[in-house]
Design a protein. Sequence first.
Length: 665
Amino acid sequence: MKVKTREEYARLVEEAKKHDALYYVEAKPLISDYEYDRLIKSIEGIEKEHPEWILTTSPTQAVSSDIQSGFKQVEHVRPMLSLMNTYSEEELSDFVKRMEKILGETGFAFMAELKIDGIALSLRYEKGKFVRAVTRGDGKKGDDVTENVRTIKTLPHELKGEQIPDVLELRGEVFMPLAVFYQLNKEKEEAGEDVYANPRNAAAGSLKLLDPNQTRQRSLAVIIYDVVDSELSCQSEIATYLKQFGLPVFSEGQSSLCKNVSEILSFAKQVEEKRGSFLFEIDGIVVKFDELAKRDEIGFTGKSPKWAVAYKFAPEQAITKIENITVQVGRTGVLTPVAELKPVKLAGSTISRATLHNQDEIDRKDIRIGDTVIIEKGGDVIPKVVLVDFTKRLIDSVKWSMPLNCPSCHEKTIHIEGEVAVRCVNPLCGAKNLKKITFFAAKDAMDIDHLGEKVIEKLVNKGFVKTISDIYELTPEKLGQIEGFKEKSVKNVLESIEKSKETTLARFIFALGIKHIGEIAAEAIADTVLDLDGFLALTEEKLLAIEGIGKIVSESVMQFLSQKESVEEIHRLIKLGVKPKGRNKIDHPFSGKTFVLTGTLKQFGRSEAAELIKERGGKVSNSVGPGTDYLIVGEEAGSKLEKAKKLGITILDELEFFNSVSKSI
Ligand code: IVH
């Protein structure tokens, strides 16, 4: 096949990724496996001719592509289950009682282990060699992350010791050691990038990087806690068994064989006291029925086994003082109050800020400057204020209320009826603008790497970037003036900016940061308008006809489109080379042509063939007429064929149709 441009190649890769997502994520494939394979083959062909074009996201690459994660999906030998959570002594003893009831006996042992807050992983060794690692995924199949897991230093590529089984299928937890996590976030913050909310997200993100060399730098670690189908009789033998092969397992004090609820609780207590001293984040303990043979008898409920539970710890808390309350301005102008705290250690890190959400929250908890408060860290790094210790309240303390003016531009703020939030509505507000530009460049929007809030702030301060389109007018000279920017960072940023010009219409619409337009709404709009002109010509009526779009959203879009500055900004972006591509705007010979199908097609079902035509921008009609461009004939075609011949319409048999379909979509 002839592909002339790099853009066309990129589009094919996008297309393959789209089908991957339809297949894997939504389980709604639009094309046959056969056609999908043809698409991959064409991509491979181009890559052979133009190796310099190869995209890391290409489905042909070793660590390859599916839209969600970029990895091949692999079915698990045994489903990977989740655990039921318990939070109290009572729930824990109910768990033990349930088992006594099922088995009709009492007095059995449980293995209690740390519950690492990481990512579950299935690992496979064949003849002692590490061959595969797969994430939990949906429990039945997960992402093949073998190459990334291979970078984990503590995981042997080859097992040592004797009597290594032919196949060793393991389960464990991948995590980011806390020290690595803090360092990584520090670096991200310095680079002006978004930080990871918690070590689990950081581990998940690092495990799904498309380049294993990058994963290697993240220094992930793993602990194995289970063997699938082993000859062992008890959970408590697993660690010793695996350790002899050189596999990383829980060490002394990280697990305990318990005879009853009180022993489990005492282990839990010990662990909770030491919680901050582990190298990784834990969120509780896991209690497992020790005797493996009886587990099947005990059975399963829904997605979890009845023979194991998680006993979760309450979030960690600390006491500190609110030194000040400041106000942040978000992208849509929402003002968020933030507590500036006297720095305090919490869950291994030093906390100096906590979000206070909004005025209602502050009023409800009666939070004031100078108050002594209990803060708590839930699943996220950003802690929250749980309550005020009123006994410590200062006599001269006063109620706090939101400023009437925006802290950034000093314009009057407004409180929209029915909303909790207070907003700054000044379109020229500096803080809002900074957030807006940052949002535009972010990963799920225009995906401009190396252009986080800190960097953008510097560019704004220098006067190089005032609006989003200024990003595309950045030059090596301008970037070179940014503190901390060396030749390499300049090159990286410019490359990312260039790359971002090829984007989808949906991403582009999302990136504009229109109030109420999330990724899903942006996609729905893009699918309806087909191209940018269609977007600019939107009417309220058209918007309301889109599924999932109601009055509020459509009003917001219309308001955006009625602003002269918004439209001018879009035109500037296009002039500077941004090319948002609509999904259905396909440069294909079928585009705009009308097709009629007749006879029995062997390769495709009628609806499948119709779908393929529509996907390529063609229309399908039932009857042959002067407006028909092509007639596709299967076996036993009847009168339609005769009529088409008479009208001189191009006739394609199934093979010809197939060949055209596979042509440069
Ligand atoms: S056993 C059905 N053991 O917790 C068996 N899981 O909430 C479930 N986890 O998906 C796994 N530490 O990601 C087990 N010592 C441990 C664990 C552990 C952490 C995670 C694992 C699992 C989740 C269930």
